[in-house]
Design a protein around this ligand. Structure first.
Ligand SMILES: [Zn+2]
Length: 249
């Protein structure tokens, strides 16, 4: 059993390494499939052993082997987070269609979160891939799941469209589409919890950034990362949160 989970973790690290490529190349409009990886500073093509997730970074002490430029700690961090997410997902859902759906969903969220933090955009292409893959993945769990997924898709999308109109651009188009795709994967009940948590988190952290002076009142704070964190929390603990809440009442 331990060997199995180690294997799942390693798969997660490798996928995380691919997500890093997506995070870097998608905003530039570059292909994520055919072009081989290379150092961003000296352009030297990387050898297979330079691409071993986490370990190469540790072995090379965070520097390019060829030109010595510092490699961003974002790379090992994304790999590690993806590995942990894979481990937790398979631990929670076992080997199932639901686990596979969640792995695709969470991988999409990792990419949109980091891109949104750097560029304040959520690329359509990433959401499109997530949405197109999501439909059959949700259907494979059950027809009922697909029904609630589609209801969640339209409910979350329309709610955010409304917020965008009322707040006059306080919410971007990317946030609307991301909320809709979250509805598809999570279903109506869980996406409602996810959105509630993301507003709660966004409000708290936004206030903290203002009070500490890290961000001014006019500075944009991307909302996508809060949506992603809300979605992950709700996917793992949403049902239990409803139970606690009902028992509390
Ligand atoms: Zn280099």
């Amino acid at each position: 059993m331990v060997a199995f989970y180690v294997f799942v973790f390693i798969i997660g690290l490798v996928v995380g390494s691919f997500l890093n490529v997506c995070i870097y190349r998608v905003p530039l409009g570059e292909t994520v499939v055919t072009k081989p990886s290379h150092c961003l500073n000296c352009s030297t093509p990387l050898k297979p052993w330079d691409l071993v997730p986490l370990f190469s970074y540790v072995l090379l002490k965070g520097k390019c082997r060829y030109c010595g430029v510092k490699i961003s700690w974002q790379y090992p961090l994304v790999e590690l987070v993806t590995g942990v997410i894979f481990l937790a997902t398979v631990f929670n859902w076992g080997i199932s269609w639901e686990a596979l759906a969640m792995l695709i969903f969470f991988s999409m969220l990792v990419v949109t979160t980091v891109i949104d933090l750097y560029h304040q955009i959520i690329p359509d292409g990433v959401l499109l891939v997530g949405g197109i893959l999501g439909m059959p993945m949700v259907y494979l769990q059950s027809l009922d799941q697909l029904k609630w997924g589609l209801i969640g898709f339209f409910a979350a999308g329309l709610l955010f469209l409304l917020i965008a109109i009322v707040s006059k651009g306080g919410m971007g188009g990317g946030d609307i589409k991301l909320a809709a795709v979250m509805g598809l994967y999570l279903g109506l009940k869980s996406v409602a919890i996810a959105l509630f948590l993301s507003f709660l988190l966004g409000g708290l952290i936004g206030m903290l950034l203002l009070v500490t002076g890290i961000k001014g009142r006019k500075d944009p704070v991307p909302f996508g990362p809060f949506l992603a964190v809300g979605a992950v929390l709700s996917a793992f603990w949403g049902e239990r949160m409803i139970d606690w809440y009902l028992r509390f009442l």
